[in-house]
Write a protein that binds this ligand. Structure first.
Ligand SMILES: [Zn+2]
Length: 440
């Protein structure tokens, strides 16, 4: 139960593609945390016994949905000696120990709360160390503390020696083994499934490794079939046309990061018989590469191989967005938080980047993070827009992000998550990192 309230004197930004706004509006929320009314003030009937918040002519958006997060780290760049394969393996070993597990629980909790306090009311975690995000989700749903909605994937599914392996992945070499790992993840409480279809940037040991296809199509198909049987969609990390085509043919529902598209890929995005709901969507995550490309390697501390792969994948992601726009393919929003330079409070930067570098309109960028993400995660019946009967997931901002920029999300005036109100929530920032990110 939450307190019923009226949020009065606001402009509603609906989160549709066109950027529709409702001026001189109000939102009414019931004790179940559901929206009773959202629309013009003049059509609102009087409410008695509701808590009253004066919006002071501020702007309200639907709560943000981060469809591609990781939660095991805070996103602060690691010192160079920590990024060697050896160091990564040592860290992974520790994370899989009992004290490591406790540390991960704590970090994951901190990070989901940071996202919530910056306006993210729903998180899909795509690649956890183990099941720490499941435990945090369970604690939130039990009511141990207030938190956002979390859809955790548990460890991602990869090839031996492939992207994410062995640190944050379960590895398989046959379709049967891969299908079993899906069942294991679901039995452990996961409500999302993630595949590493191709190599990645941060753990590539060679130039060009980032987009190289890794998992065979039939293995990915076994994963998709098993997940779809349970009603769960599948996300695939895929950073080349070849890898994307294989993943889409296998039935993957969301392509993470993306690359330039050929006719087959365009066709499969729009009409994908092997996907759960008949079509697939693109989630670009520009933040995964942009800082590594825009900042001097002396500043980021990355080596030549990571830098070259980041540049290549960044260009491919931009090409993927361009093709998605041209062919009207659904674009969602994810930050790839926890990766180097991607903090949990900088979700707004992803919307800023897809607008400034990806060519989306501001309205489309907000749409990707709200209504589109809700649709592609099939949670648009409960969140993603400000309409009667949906959960009251919303953010109140001092300035209009569609006109004054997404930086408006750095200091929300108010966040509501499933009807629970947080007034002027604060987050811990990394000022030095933000200064660097503000240079481009
Ligand atoms: Zn990721």
């Amino acid at each position: 139960m939450s307190t019923a309230f009226v949020l009065d004197h606001v402009t509603i930004l609906t989160g549709d593609r066109a950027g529709t706004t409702i001026n001189d509006a109000a939102i009414v929320v019931d004790t179940q945390g559901k929206i009773e009314y959202a629309g013009p003030r003049k059509d609102m009937t009087a409410r008695v016994g509701y808590r009253y918040y004066d919006g002071g002519n501020r702007f309200v958006t639907p709560g943000l949905i981060n469809a591609h997060a990781h939660l095991f780290s805070d996103g602060k760049p690691l010192p160079a000696f920590m990024t060697s394969e050896k160091a990564e393996n040592l860290v992974a070993k520790f994370m899989h120990s009992k004290p490591g597990e406790l540390l991960l629980n704590k970090r994951t909790k901190t990070n989901v709360l940071t996202q919530m306090n910056s306006g993210v009311t729903t998180i899909r975690s795509l690649g956890d160390a183990r099941y720490e995000a499941v435990r945090v989700r369970d604690a939130i749903e039990r009511g141990d503390y207030l938190g956002p909605r979390v859809y955790p994937s548990g460890p991602l599914l990869a090839m031996p020696g492939g992207h994410g392996a062995p640190q944050i992945a379960l590895c398989s070499t046959t379709p049967a083994e891969a299908a079993q790992q899906v069942r294991d993840n679901l039995a452990a409480g996961s409500t999302a499934i993630k595949i590493a279809a191709t190599g990645g940037v941060t753990d590539a040991r060679e130039i060009g490794q980032a987009g190289t296809p890794e998992m065979p199509e039939e293995q990915m198909r076994a994963i998709c079939e098993t997940a779809h049987e349970a009603g769960i969609i599948v996300a695939a990390h895929a950073q080349s046309a070849e890898g994307i085509a294989m993943a889409l043919r296998a039935g993957v529902d969301t392509i993470e990061h993306g690359a330039s598209m050929n006719d087959e890929i365009v066709g499969l995005f729009k009409d994908n018989p092997n996907s759960l709901r008949g079509s697939s969507a693109l989630i670009p995550t520009l933040q995964a590469c942009l800082p590594l490309v825009k900042l001097d390697p002396k500043v980021t501390g990355i080596n030549e191989i990571v830098r070259a792969n980041a540049e290549m994948i960044y260009e491919e992601m931009l090409a993927g967005i361009r093709d998605a726009l041209e062919h009207d393919i659904m674009i969602g929003m994810g930050t790839d938080s926890a990766l180097t330079h991607v903090t949990h409070y900088n979700t707004w930067r992803e919307m800023d980047y897809v607008q400034r570098y990806g060519g989306l309109t501001a309205a489309h960028a907000l749409h990707a993070a709200t209504q589109a993400n809700a649709q592609l995660l099939a949670i648009d019946n409960i969140t993603g827009s400000l309409e009667a009967d949906k959960d009251a997931d919303l953010v109140v901002l001092d300035t209009n992000p569609l006109q004054a920029g997404f930086r408006a999300f750095t200091d929300p005036y108010l966040v509501a998550t499933r009807g629970h109100v947080l007034q002027q929530p604060q987050v811990k920032r990394f000022d030095k990192l933000d200064e660097k990110l503000d240079t481009f």
